[in-house]
Design a protein around this ligand. Structure first.
Ligand SMILES: NC(=O)c1ccc[n+]([C@@H]2O[C@H](COP(=O)([O-])OP(=O)(O)OC[C@H]3O[C@@H](n4cnc5c(N)ncnc54)[C@H](OP(=O)(O)O)[C@@H]3O)[C@@H](O)[C@H]2O)c1
Length: 409
């Protein structure tokens, strides 16, 4: 018996006023309407802003007012619904009380965090409560880390079918990615740098590939992070570091641990960006790596970070234009190798900008997927996209989100 069956609502979008929250609202209106089978509501701290979002996006559904620091309001919100999807970030600043509330209330939850330090804090603080209450909590349901996590999941299913064995080594390579960044994403990244600057323990945790695994599985074989221009064995091209690898790889290793390490004790996973072959590929890989290092250096230093935030970078609430979102896309290649050297290549592509339209669609499908997810199949706890949903989310994304999963050879 589902303890949440008698909840008034199926889904609350907390942070409906955010840049990505508004895209999510439009998407839910397109897919589910406002008075159909999905009983949903929008929530945020400012009632006038919620009214504007309802008018602008067509999400003329119930409005719930709650501040991210108002615990009684969050408890009431969590008790009113089966699922909360939150876009209130940076999550490390504004997300913790809500996770405590849903874990306590047995309410399912998904979000867009790409902040490993915060996921780790939430797992350590609330995993037992969620397991006891039945709350299924799924972080990282956006571009970080759905395509990586489900991409590895998809490749491993195909490897089992073809080879009757998993791939022991998987490398994800970004072949192309077109899209912009929003103020919310920039704020999350700068907050992470600020936290890490003054905290050596946190820096150590961020360097640990197994940081998000359950406590007894926080070790394993050495992992290779691509953090400089490298001539890549998997693809035969030059590669450069991928900015989201530090989140995605940790989520993939959590999935592996939660599944009982079916891809073998020697499983390795890394991510990087394809830059092409020959001297031009080498030059591009060098240029991108240097540019990233310079960008990280500027953001890591307090004064330049503050100046960039004030004058250059998008502010919270701002992000790429609707046209830029429509023109965006992504193409991720997965190179798998079994323990005895057989290879498999797969691809995950999306027809919208990864960070916003694409991400909003991923979160919409995860949220509605949670509404429909049988508690007898997946119980309470902190799951990843692959372990909560697996093939169910692959199918939903292919059917409704313009995302494809293909075998290349
Ligand atoms: N995983 C991914 O690929 C991905 C992609 C995109 C974004 N993200 C993440 O998603 C989050 C949202 O991004 P965004 O660009 O849409 O953010 P944004 O436009 O800056 O919106 C932030 C939201 O948080 C709300 N908020 C802030 N403080 C609050 C409080 N005390 N109480 C209640 N609500 C509060 C804001 O409400 P007001 O409108 O009232 O100010 C707003 O709705 C960020 O953490 C970002 O890093 C992840």
């Amino acid at each position: 018996m589902d303890a949440r069956a008698d909840r008034r609502l199926d889904l609350i979008v907390f942070g409906a006023t955010s840049f990505v929250g508004q895209i999510l609202c439009r998407r839910l209106v397109e897919r589910h309407g406002t008075d159909g089978d999905l009983r949903w509501a929008i929530a945020g701290r400012d009632p006038a802003k919620l009214d504007r979002v309802a008018a602008d996006t067509g999400a003329d559904v119930e409005r719930i007012v709650a501040d991210a620091a108002d615990r009684p309001a969050l408890a009431a919100l969590a008790g009113a619904t089966r699922v909360v999807a939150s876009t209130v970030g940076p999550y490390a600043l504004y997300g913790s009380d809500l996770v405590a509330a849903v874990a306590e209330a047995g309410t399912d939850y998904c979000d867009l965090t790409g902040e490993p330090q915060w996921m780790r804090r939430m797992i350590d603080a609330h995993a037992d409560t969620a397991a006891a209450s039945g709350a299924r909590i799924v972080h990282a349901c956006g571009f970080d880390s759905v395509p990586s996590d489900l991409g590895v999941w998809f490749l491993q299913q195909r490897a089992r079918e073809r080879f009757d064995a998993p791939c022991e080594h998987v490398s994800m390579r970004v072949a192309s990615m077109r899209g912009g960044a929003s103020g919310g994403t920039i704020a999350s990244m700068t907050n992470l740098m600020e936290e890490a600057a003054g905290d050596p323990d946190l820096r150590r945790m961020l360097a640990d590939p197994y940081a998000l695994a359950p406590v007894d599985l926080r070790s394993g074989p050495r992992q290779r992070d691509v953090n400089r221009p490298t001539r890549d064995q998997a693809s035969g091209q030059w590669v450069a570091p991928f900015v989201m690898a530090a989140v995605n790889t940790r989520v993939v290793h959590r999935s592996h641990a939660l599944l009982g390490r079916p891809w073998g004790p020697g499983f390795t996973y890394d991510e990087a960006m394809l830059m092409g072959t020959g001297p031009l590929g080498a030059a591009k890989a060098g240029g991108l790596s240097a540019g990233m290092a310079a960008g990280v250096g500027l953001v890591a230093l307090g004064p330049t970070r503050r100046a960039l935030s004030r004058w250059v970078l998008p502010k919270p609430g701002q992000g790429p234009s609707p046209e830029a979102q429509r023109k965006g896309s992504f193409d991720l290649r997965f190179f798998g190798t079994t323990a005895d050297g057989r290879t498999l290549r797969t691809r995950v592509t999306g027809d919208r900008d990864p960070g916003y339209s694409g991400t909003a669609r991923m979160l919409a499908e995860a949220a509605v997927g949670l509404v429909q997810l049988d508690p007898a199949e997946v119980g309470g706890g902190f799951w990843t996209p692959a372990t909560a949903f697996g093939d169910r989310l692959v199918e939903r994304l292919e059917a409704h989100a313009g995302i494809r999963f293909d075998v290349l050879n």
